[in-house]
Design a protein around this ligand. Structure first.
Ligand code: SAH
Length: 339
């Protein structure tokens, strides 16, 4: 097993099973995430035999940075995995700190019509260590701490549930990467049974739902997941999620020209969301070479925004990052795979 994919409580159990004290797990975590050593033999407060056992049981193997692109403070990383698959992450600078968008799978099976990642089917899930290492490698590259994480890169995180939960627990651990739960956002197209599991985890993370359509007919057309879990059911589940967790949920809505961006759509969306503790994030669509969808015009987006506002819906327009460097949603990997 890779050491960066182990939660502290699992490491505690590992030590307890060997009749060692469980605080050894804390010591190992400090070496890994604070002092950042790359071998058990550098962990000088751990005795030789135990170092050897650890070295036998766990690996330090890291994914590798294959390529970096940069534009206006946005850095895009392409990673090569040990089996020569690729995933990507994007680093963004906000006024509140650095945030990273990480991938959760190699490819994606959700097949959203407008999304580049979904053109390449899922090859496999990422292990929790491969998600943790995206952060470790980028932090090492920039020599700065990252303060927030969005799970919004390639993949559907709820389709890789166990590994993503482990990942969240490792980065949220105050002795791990120590990113506060409220600085972690999970974005999903809405796999209903997994959303039900998620609301039982009692994590204080942020949830973002990729809604993208205000009615079920349109959502069916652009997001195949809607055929399995209908919009009514998704909305009822979001309501339940909010009641159970007491957290405000983000509704993502990508603005597609002539598809979902009319004033009628805005009104329909406002009615759908009325009374729910949500806020809407309007996302200017990043056009790709391969897909027929076009970005809605600035004015259209503003009109949509105004309509929602007038109807009392909390709404923001997503600041744009990195469209020049293929930072949008799976474009870099897509190019690399083709090449
Ligand atoms: N599978 C998850 C997370 C990855 S996609 C989800 O569906 O939420 C992250 C977000 O980017 C989703 O809202 C997705 O719909 C959106 N997206 C995909 N392609 C895009 C593009 N070309 N431009 C803008 N947003 C896009």
């Amino acid at each position: 097993m890779n050491i960066y994919g182990i939660k502290r409580e699992d490491l505690e159990n590992y030590f307890l099973n060997m009749n060692e004290k469980k605080f050894k797990a804390l010591q190992v975590f400090e070496w890994l995430y604070d002092k950042k050593v790359k071998s058990f033999y550098e962990m000088t407060n751990i005795k030789k035999e135990l170092q050897e056992t650890l070295d036998h049981d766990f690996s330090f193997k890291m994914i590798k940075i294959e390529k970096k692109q940069e534009d206006k403070g946005v850095k895009k990383y392409l990673f090569r995995l040990f089996d020569d698959n690729f995933v990507e992450a994007v680093l963004m600078e906000h006024d509140y700190g650095l945030s990273i968008c990480v991938s959760s799978e190699v490819g994606c099976n959700m097949g959203c019509a407008f999304c580049e990642s979904g053109r390449l089917k899922k090859v496999r899930d990422l292990g929790s260590y491969e998600m943790v290492e995206q952060i470790l490698l980028v932090e090492a590259d920039i020599k700065k701490r990252i303060s927030s994480v969005v799970i919004m890169g390639i993949g559907e995180p709820l389709d890789n549930y166990t590994n993503v939960m482990d990942f969240i627990k490792i980065i949220n651990d105050p002795k791990g990467i120590a990113i506060g739960a409220r600085h972690i956002t999970l974005s999903t197209c809405g796999i209903v049974p997994k959303l039900k599991d998620l609301m039982e985890e009692s994590l204080q993370i942020n949830l973002a739902i990729s809604l993208h359509a205000p009615n079920t007919e349109l959502r069916d057309k652009i997001m195949p997941i809607n055929r399995a879990y209908k919009l009514d059911l998704l909305m009822a589940t979001i309501k339940e999620y909010i009641e159970k967790t007491n957290r405000r949920v983000t509704i993502e809505y990508v603005m597609l020209d002539g598809v979902n961006d009319s004033e009628a759509h805005a009104n329909e969306l406002a009615s759908l969301l009325r009374g729910l503790n949500v806020y809407v994030n309007l996302i200017p669509y990043n056009e790709t070479n391969h897909i027929e969808f076009k970005r809605a015009g600035k004015e259209q987006i503003m009109k949509f925004y105004d309509t929602l506002k007038k109807r009392g819906i909390n709404v923001t327009i997503r600041k744009e990052f990195g469209s020049k460097i293929d930072a949008a949603c799976g474009q870099l990997r897509s190019k690399e795979v083709k090449a």
